[in-house]
Design a protein around this ligand. Structure first.
Ligand SMILES: [Zn+2]
Length: 702
């Protein structure tokens, strides 16, 4: 979609008016040749300048020239070609823009742009001169005056670990909007901090933050890719202290979660992996390492609905900002679609306004990248029903930014392009929050329904757009191989006690957390009967569970035993559930009683009711109907009711399910809902229920 640029068009109009209403002999004979770029404007933003001009017919590309000038517009350095505009940069070819960055913010420059037709250079435009925007924040206002080590050294140094801690602690101390929490420690005992940012103050607890549909930015997983981290630190200051109504509006409507450095050891040593050499972005599902375990536990507790994950990438032909959605085919379609909308609907359009070149990761001969490993945060988050994207910053200046042999200029372009992206991410969430939440609800309900094949590796295709277009060269297809597809999904995986609680040696130092601990960090419900531990698939993260517990899993934790439904089809008469019972596509005409210590798991099942469970190990209902009352009391392990229609009162009482809260989500109850004495109290995961009766006690807000 072509979007207008009101500010820039207004400036262009003013120039045109000046030329047409005040002709003089001096400029009359300077009428622009047809091949000369006209109406050049320079719009200032944080760390970059958007140059825009009227296109020249037949131009194959444009060169952007920048010259440093003093206060009297006298050159203080040589003119330099700093940019090459190519047609595949942007979606609206008729309104070319280029984000020039890499200079020292606050300096003054003159710019000119010329078209090239093939190798023929056309005349330069008339110059425009402007003073660029200084680093954000009034230097005399407390808080705003904070600067990172990277800023104070003019990008000569990256911000060190200790400087980061001091900077974020100062923001925390000076801004009511910010709370810095420690998510965990790295292998070498560095704190992994997260800024929790809201207005006027951030909500007090993770659950309260979760209720605001928060967004999360992971800034630095690969220690030798530090550009995004510097952007995160600058953005944290802006969010903490800006009085811009846009910022306060954003923070009144959600909570922003920023993790500057998940891989503090790798950053300190400038290595891709952590101190053990593990690539943390191949560990978010397995969570063998303390860093990834900390992040995944955060996702469980704070429940971000949208995310970005920052990287740098070395393809010199690629765009400024390669991005990619969660593509693994087990990701729910609405999450893939919403993530694609964020990238192609929002970032491509806004990039064309600002002059930044977003494209799919893997674009322009990017190689065999952007695939389906569920160990990559992009895919892990998608499998957790989070709308999200990878962000890559092109490491080198590449063919379109020829001035970046200068290291500081190169670093500044990367960081300010990341800052633009993250700010756009917040705007997207603000504008499309309802759609993001709808996608999440649909994803949770479709995952819990446990329908459709499971794929162990394989991606959804990223469609190519007709060239020239930022998306004209997508990453590889990455179709799932036949031997990594399971057409008939089981109801659950059964783990032995040795598999579940046994010691592991796949963590740092040859030790590791147990499967039980990792499943708990993911937030999956588990039912224990005797020595067996069952992980049902009718859960919101259904697409991720088999990747870790099925024998076909490419990078798995255990060879769990597939458990298939034993109750299908029509059954008449009372049913007493003992042991682990799974019903799928069943119609049960009669009352159902779940015995103490037993478990019932249903999908696509209708029960005439009533359904009564007292002292059960677990009751997990999804995509089902109960035409009668439901009473679940004193359950010991797990309760989940997702997308169920219940004609009758629902009573949850005295259930004690450890640290795992009962879930009641996306469910319609024709009758009263009562929840008393449950520890912990039930949650709806942010997916509302419809209750045609009073909701009382612990379920009053569900
Ligand atoms: Zn990376």
């Amino acid at each position: 979609m072509r979007r207008q640029r009101p500010t820039l068009l207004a400036v262009s109009t003013l120039i045109a008016v000046t030329l047409t209403t005040a002709p003089t002999p001096a400029n009359a004979h300077r009428a622009a040749p047809p091949d000369q770029v006209s109406a050049l404007t320079a719009h200032q933003a944080d760390g970059y300048t958007t140059l825009a001009w009227q296109p020249v017919d037949g131009a194959t590309d444009y060169q952007i020239e920048r010259t440093p000038v003093d206060a009297d517009n006298n050159p203080t350095g040589a003119p330099t070609i700093v940019g090459i505009w190519r047609p595949n940069r942007q979606i609206n070819q008729q309104a070319p823009t280029f984000a020039d960055a890499g200079y020292h913010p606050g300096d003054t420059f003159q710019w000119r742009v010329r078209a090239r037709t093939g190798s023929t250079e056309q005349p330069y435009s008339e110059p425009v001169t402007a003073t660029t925007t200084a680093p954000w924040g009034n230097p005399t206002t407390p808080g705003e005056s904070l600067r990172t080590q990277w800023e104070t050294t003019h990008a000569a140094q990256y911000t060190s670990d200790t400087d980061e801690y001091a900077y974020t602690a100062a923001i925390d101390a000076l801004s009511d909007r910010v709370r810095v929490v420690e998510l965990g420690r790295t292998v070498q005992n560095r704190p992994i901090n997260m800024l929790v940012i809201g207005h006027p103050t951030p909500p007090a607890t993770p659950a309260a933050v979760a209720a605001t549909a928060p967004v999360a930015i992971n800034c630095n997983v690969h220690g030798n890719e530090p550009g995004d981290r510097e952007a995160c630190l600058i953005m944290a200051r802006q969010l903490a202290f800006s009085t811009d109504p846009r910022v306060t509006d954003l923070l009144r409507h959600t909570t922003v979660l920023i993790v500057p450095t998940i891989n503090g050891d790798g950053r300190a040593n400038n290595t891709r992996g952590n101190s053990t050499g593990q690539d943390l972005n191949r560990d978010y599902s397995l969570i063998r390492q303390p860093e990834t375990a900390a992040y995944i536990t955060m996702v469980r507790d704070y429940r971000p609905v949208a995310g970005y994950d920052g990287h740098e990438f070395g393809n010199s032909r690629a765009g400024d900002l390669p991005m990619l959605p969660p593509r693994h085919q087990n990701v729910a379609q609405p999450i893939f679609d919403q993530s694609q909308d964020m990238i192609e609907g929002h970032m491509y359009a806004k990039g064309a306004e600002a002059g930044w070149w977003a494209c799919p990761y893997g674009c322009e001969g990017g190689g065999n990248v952007g695939l389906s490993e569920e160990t990559i945060l992009r895919n892990t988050l998608g499998l957790k029903n989070v709308t999200n994207s990878l962000l890559e910053l092109r490491s080198s200046g590449g063919q379109t930014r020829p001035d970046e042999g200068n290291t500081a200029n190169n670093r500044r372009r990367k960081t300010y392009s990341a800052l633009w992206t993250f700010q756009q991410f917040l705007d997207y969430h603000r504008g499309d929050r309802a759609d993001i939440l709808t996608a999440r609800t649909e994803a949770i309900e479709s995952q819990a329904a446990n329908t459709g094949r499971l794929v162990f590796r394989g991606s959804r295709p990223i469609p190519a757009h007709p060239a020239p277009h930022p998306g004209d060269s997508p990453p590889p297809l990455d179709a799932p191989p036949a031997d990594l597809i399971l057409d008939n999904p089981p109801c659950a995986y059964k783990l032995t006690d040795a598999q579940y609680n046994g010691a592991r040696t796949d963590g740092p130092g040859g030790v590791g957390t147990t499967v039980a601990q990792r499943i708990a960090a993911h937030g999956w419900k588990v039912i224990t009967i005797g020595d067996d531990h069952y992980v049902p698939l009718n859960q919101p993260e259904r697409g991720l569970i088999p990747l870790l517990l099925d024998t076909k899993g490419v990078e798995k934790l255990a060879d769990g035993e597939r458990v298939y439904p034993t109750l299908t089809g029509r059954r008449n008469g009372p049913l007493v559930v003992t042991g682990f019972t799974c019903a799928d596509d069943a119609t049960i005409n009669g009352p159902v009683t779940v015995r103490a210590g037993a478990a019932l798991v249903t999908t696509a099942t209708t029960i005439s009711g009533p359904l009564t469970a007292t002292g059960a190990a677990g009751v997990l209902l999804a995509d089902s109907t109960v035409n009668g009352p439901v009473r679940i009391a004193t359950t010991t392990d797990a309760i989940s009711i997702i997308d169920v229609t219940i004609a009758g009162p629902v009573d949850l009482s005295g259930n004690t399910t450890g640290t795992d809260a009962p879930v009641l989500a996306g469910t319609t109850i024709r009758g009263p809902l009562s929840c008393t004495g449950n520890n912990p109290a039930p949650t709806n995961l942010g997916v509302a229920n419809t209750v045609n009766g009073p909701r009382t006690a612990q379920c009053a807000a569900l």
